[in-house]
Design a protein around this ligand. Structure first.
Ligand SMILES: Cc1cc2nc3c(=O)[nH]c(=O)nc-3n(C[C@H](O)[C@H](O)[C@H](O)COP(=O)(O)O)c2cc1C
Ligand SMILES: [Fe+2]
Ligand SMILES: [Fe+2]
Length: 403
């Protein structure tokens, strides 16, 4: 008996992935609920493995495969995405399985060769529109370049109505449940939005294009199988709708205030700014960076219409956690929001100006001139901070009305 079992999705398709209960940091993304690396096995004349798992999970995947078929009987492996959470186990899996062919997109072949330094003939390429007969079923391929790597593609098994979507429509969520309807919708929405924000947000225009491409193709999909998190069977329309919505990054009456502080002066300013914003009926998330992970800030950014960022000046600079968070958010290219900077300082006060420059460099227009307060704010200074919040709030409301 195998230590791990495959999970039957249809009569001929099985989930043979791995559950990573322990991971909390996925290349800087805080995965508070762990994750799964999903691999799928198609039983047909040509037995086919879709994707593999992260390297340390090879034996878990092989054990799940062995629960349904002798791994040496696998004929084909398809790699939809060359990132190592899906290919780390591939080289060793190939030595055990000795497949007849390994397929990837043309960019996938290039990336895999650069990862594993294989001979060029190791990978057979498949392009958009090409298909691979497996016996009674046929896999067809759609390249989804830059969603989220140049090599990314999805594979469609028409007869079983399954779309294998690699990172697309995935989430970091470890669970014994394999299907969406076995988990709480609240958790699914939360983790799917976090995944979109941190992985897909920079490619929002491409996501919008993919969503209309999928609509045109009008694929009959009963199972949507991403490489992370649960398989979608009951809420497919919902997750597709959410992706279309998130890709719009539509501004709503919501502001985010992020800051860090050494002696709590910038923190008091943040609270007063929050009061100003909320007096206008704006929903505010105050996220002190000493206790808020930047991957959670990214999630809040999708629906926010203002990013207000505070930092004390430290040796002529922005406080490092704030600079790091701004660098990270900038890489995600948030759109449709206004920005503003604030902070307490002692003698030179460079941080708020530097933050304004970061916001402008990220194409986030400034809603107000930076608010700087010398050392500890008194009542007047806090009143100024409240008014600053109100004036940023008015700009936020204009942006939402104009949308
Ligand atoms: C290590 C250190 C370095 C600092 N460097 C500067 C500086 O270069 N320029 C400046 O204007 N203030 C500087 N300050 C003063 C702080 O910006 C000032 O105390 C501010 O009120 C701190 O705000 P906070 O309470 O939000 O941390 C420095 C403070 C510390 C502790
Ligand atoms: Fe990926
Ligand atoms: Fe992934």
């Amino acid at each position: 008996m195998s230590a791990f079992n495959a999970v039957k999705l249809t009569d001929r398709v099985y989930w043979v992935g791995a559950i990573d209960w322990a991971i909390r940091n996925f290349h800087g993304y805080q995965t508070s609920r762990g994750t799964t690396y999903n691999a799928f096995l198609i039983l047909d004349d040509k037995i086919t493995l879709i994707d593999t798992v992260k390297k340390p999970f090879l034996s878990e995947m092989m054990s799940r495969i062995s629960s349904v078929v002798d791994p040496e009987k696998i004929d084909y492996i398809v790699s939809n995405h060359s990132e190592m959470d899906h290919t780390g186990a591939l080289p060793e899996a190939m030595t055990i399985i000795r497949p007849e062919k390994v397929y990837a997109s043309p960019n996938g072949k290039k990336a895999l060769q650069k990862h594993f330094h294989w001979d060029p003939e190791t990978i057979t390429t498949v392009k958009t529109g090409e298909s691979l007969p497996l016996g009674e079923t046929t896999l067809s391929f759609i390249e989804t370049r830059m969603l989220h790597w140049p090599d990314s593609m999805v594979s469609y098994l028409a007869e079983e109505k399954i779309l294998f979507s690699q990172d697309g429509f995935g989430m970091h969520l470890a669970s014994t449940e394999r299907f969406d309807d076995e988990l709480s919708l609240h958790t699914l929405d939360e983790e799917a939005e976090k995944y979109f924000a941190n992985i897909l947000m920079p490619f929002s225009p491409l996501v919008t294009r993919l969503m209309s491409q999928l609509k045109e193709l009008d694929l009959d999909v009963e199972l949507l199988c991403p490489d992370h998190g649960p398989v979608w069977r009951s809420h497919i329309g919902r997750i597709l709708g959410k992706w279309s919505e998130w890709a719009q990054q539509r501004p709503t009456r919501k502001a985010i205030v992020i800051y860090d502080t050494m002696w709590k002066s910038t923190a008091s300013m943040a609270d007063a700014i929050c009061n100003g914003l909320s007096s206008l009926g704006i929903s505010v998330r105050v996220m002190p960076l000493s206790s808020s992970h930047m991957s959670n800030v990214a999630t809040e950014v999708i629906e926010a219409a203002a990013l207000i960022v505070g930092s004390p000046t430290i040796n002529g600079q922005i406080f490092p956690t704030v600079a790091a968070c701004m660098t990270y958010l900038g890489s995600l290219k948030p759109r449709n929001m206004v920005g503003a900077a604030f902070g307490s300082y002692g003698w030179s006060g460079e941080a708020p100006g530097k933050l304004e420059k970061m916001l402008e460099d990220q194409n986030i227009p400034l809603a107000a001139e930076a608010l700087k307060i010398n050392y500890v704010p008194d009542e007047d200074a806090l009143q100024k901070a409240t008014e600053f919040g109100i004036s940023v709030g008015h700009k936020l409301l204009e942006l939402c009305e104009g949308d």
